[in-house]
Design a protein around this ligand. Structure first.
Ligand code: 13P
Length: 257
């Protein structure tokens, strides 16, 4: 990480876990563990149904609440969907876009990801844009081509002053929920490549200000090493973010760098 130019952001992604009551219990326990001094930004991304409980519970703390998805249309006949306006109205600050689970199970494409990024930025939400290759793609040697395509399509039409609000999360699919973490070198290589891709699009000054996270089996044991790399500015954490003490241990790991 490089604190001089960009924010360090530790973000939890709860996926489809926790009820509103469990959200409240998590928040109380997590807030009690928060250090007095601010080391990094902390975000908890929760299922839609948990958003009001999370916003209420984290109000007056420095934990920001995020959602895990949104729909790109403003409003209308889209049964079951949630718009950017609806999230912004609830004081949600971040939204995960294009998680590999959404690409894999719910037909998310680079085109819908781009539309969602615009919808989020349009109401002032910070998109956390997920990119990452499968094991087969890594073995075929096309990782960087795929990452470039995902980053460029996600940011298509995004104005330079809005790119600063975007967070990119590099999440190799083979490392998600598998306990198999990318090595610091593997993660850093792709995160540096993502920054170089942004540099190619927007120039060096803007690229150095963008927060790039790593996600995929990040835990209290491996976080400090991953975060010690210059271009890894935080984590997007699944399993370990469900337990207040583990998520807090990762926040502490961010402070060791
Ligand atoms: P795990 O930390 O459970 O591997 O999940 C990572 C992830 O998908 C975060 O978005």
């Amino acid at each position: 990480m490089n604190r001089r130019y960009r924010k360090t952001i530790i973000a939890g992604n709860w996926k489809m876990n926790k009820t509103p009551s469990e959200t409240k219990a998590f928040a109380e326990e997590f807030k009690a563990l928060l250090p007095k001094t601010k080391w990094c930004d902390v975000v908890v991304c929760v299922p839609f149904i948990d958003v009001p409980a999370a916003v209420r519970a984290f109000k007056d703390s420095r934990v920001a609440v995020g959602a895990e998805n949104l729909y790109f249309e403003k409003s209308g006949a889209f049964t079951g969907e949630v718009s950017a306006d609806m999230l912004a109205d609830l004081d949600v600050r971040y939204v995960i876009i294009g998680h590999s689970e959404r690409r894999q199970y719910f037909g998310e494409t680079d085109i819908t990801v781009n539309k969602k990024v615009h919808a989020a930025l349009g109401v002032g939400l910070n998109p956390i844009i997920c990119v990452g290759e499968s094991l087969e793609q890594r073995e075929m040697g096309v990782t960087m081509d795929l990452i470039a395509l995902q980053v460029k399509s996600a940011l298509a039409g995004v104005a330079p002053e809005q790119v600063r609000k975007c967070v990119i999360a590099y999440e190799p699919i083979w490392a998600i929920g598998t306990g198999k973490t990318a090595t610091g070198e593997q993660a850093a290589e792709v995160c540096s490549f993502i920054r170089a891709t942004i540099r190619g699009l927007y120039g060096a000054r803007i690229a150095r200000g963008v927060t790039i996270q790593y996600g995929g089996s990040m835990n209290p044991g491996n976080a400090a090493e991953l975060l010690s790399h210059e271009d890894i500015d935080g984590g997007l954490i699944g399993g370990a973010a469900l337990k207040p003490d583990q998520l807090m241990a990762i926040v502490h790991a961010a402070n060791q760098n």
